[in-house]
Design a protein around this ligand. Structure first.
Ligand code: UD1
Length: 417
């Protein structure tokens, strides 16, 4: 069923919201559970469409997955297949991470080219180049990738770009390789630190995550382990924008402040108040929103591309002109067109968007074309005058747990049909 939200705009959001576990941390960690061939207890797992897909993939490979509340108990000892189901891989791009995990455990992996959000070409050349450098033979044929190795070998890898997925894939492949792997120009995202933490609990030797040089010493045997997923900084950022755009007051519970610094800094530029108390953040939307002179997306610790759309929604009603420069993905402005249907004044040219703030958005029928773009339309609908219908909410469900329920608890007026 294709779900849609009907939003009656104008409510001021107020209250507390607990932040769920991070999608981008749990997905690579679930993939990593393939490697140890024993039991893994992973807690604080968010109930998301992408997590469901990853569980289905693990099960199809032969793993046993039990769900107890927000905890997954994964027994990977029973995995006996190395071919990923085509339809599931197409549904979720992060399934490519299983390549490194399957190669580490079985020396073999077969998968189709991955899917995911429609945000630019999203090539996987860096993944393939690095895995080949580690001794994998990869044959690309009829849309499939056949990967095989006689034994992965540690080596020095200089990434041309700090790709999150490629960094994770290399780490996974290196866990049981012969010798040491050094990744330079590695991605520094907090989710990579979480992956390192999980792996080290399972007996791996990984260090340097969070910096641009990661060193993985291959080991021969791993053990079972327990791990709790870090909070989702993008979900937290989305609720922060919800407070700002509705001139509301929201307290976020269970966040890691350090992960949110770039988002907080930009939010403050709009005049939004952000008050911090250990793992809690209170966000108070201002009467008058200021524009942001330059919002540039960058790899972590820069401003996240996954928050660009939500900020664009906010800037549509700022008092002045803002510029957004999307440097991480090509073609990640599909939400701009939809926001325009709600009265926003946005011009895009290549990777730059110029947003002239208007007084008020007006409700309209809009279409979620990708995950974060869809979240941005929901935010815009909260602030708009009248009724907004956001179609194709299925994209949003990939990264948010019942978003409308959480927003309604804060005072929003959203029906899901
Ligand atoms: C991850 C996140 C995604 C986020 C992105 C950037 C997960 C599950 N997803 O995606 O939410 O938006 O990081 O922060 O963690 N690239 C290449 N060749 C490659 C790999 C990437 O050119 O082999 C390019 C991409 O096209 C893109 C840029 O590098 O322009 C960043 O991609 P990457 O960091 O790999 O993002 P993902 O891991 O796909």
């Amino acid at each position: 069923m294709v779900e849609k939200y009907i939003i009656n705009g104008g409510a001021r959001l107020e209250g507390e919201v607990p932040i769920i576990g991070a999608k981008n941390a749990v997905l690579p960690i679930l993939a990593a559970t393939v490697i140890n061939g024993t039991t893994n207890v992973i807690s604080n797992v968010p109930k998301l469409k992408d997590v469901e897909v990853m569980i289905k993939i693990l099960t199809s490979l032969g793993a046993r997955v039990d769900i107890e509340g927000d905890t997954l108990i994964i027994d990977s000892s029973t995995i006996n297949r190395v071919t990923l189901p085509e339809e599931l891989v197409r549904e979720m791009r992060s399934s490519i991470i299983l390549m490194g995990a399957l190669l580490a455990r079985f020396g073999e992996a077969v998968l189709s080219y991955p899917g995911g959000c429609e945000i630019g070409p999203r090539p996987i050349d860096l993944h393939l180049k690095s895995l080949r450098q580690m001794g994998t033979e990869i044959v690309e044929s009829h849309g499939f990738l056949y990967c095989k190795t006689d034994g992965l070998k540690g080596c020095e890898i200089q990434l041309d770009y700090p790709s999150v997925g490629a960094t994770e894939n290399i780490i996974l492949a290196a866990t049981m390789a012969e010798g040491t792997t050094i990744i330079r120009n590695a991605a520094r995202e907090p989710e990579i630190v979480d992956l390192q933490d999980y792996l080290n609990k399972a007996g791996c030797r990984v260090k340097g995550a969070g910096t641009s040089v990661i060193v993985v010493e291959g080991v021969q045997k791993l053990n079972s382990c327990e791990h709790r997923i870090i909070p989702d900084r993008i979900v937290a950022g989305t609720f922060m924008v919800a407070a700002a755009i509705t001139r509301g007051e929201i307290v976020l519970k269970n966040v890691v402040l350090e992960h949110l610094q770039s988002i907080i800094a930009k939010l403050k530029e709009t005049g939004t108040k952000v008050l911090v108390d250990r793992d809690e953040i209170k966000v108070i939307g201002p009467e008058k929103l200021y524009p942001i002179e330059m919002l540039q997306t960058l790899p972590y610790p820069g401003f996240p591309t996954d928050m660009q759309a939500q900020f664009m929604a906010l800037l549509t009603i700022a008092d002045g002109t803002s510029i957004v420069n999307e440097t991480v993905f090509e073609n990640r402005f599909k939400h701009a067109e939809e926001l325009t249907r709600m009265g926003a004044n946005i011009k895009t040219l290549g990777s730059v968007a110029v947003i002239k703030g208007i007084k008020e958005l007006t409700g309209a029928k809009v279409f979620a074309k990708d995950l974060r773009g869809g979240a941005a339309l929901v935010l815009a609908g909260l602030a708009a005058q009248g009724v907004t219908e956001v179609e194709n909410i299925n994209h949003v469900n990939r990264g948010y747990e019942n978003l409308y329920v959480s927003l309604n608890k804060l005072g929003a007026n959203i029906i899901s049909v």
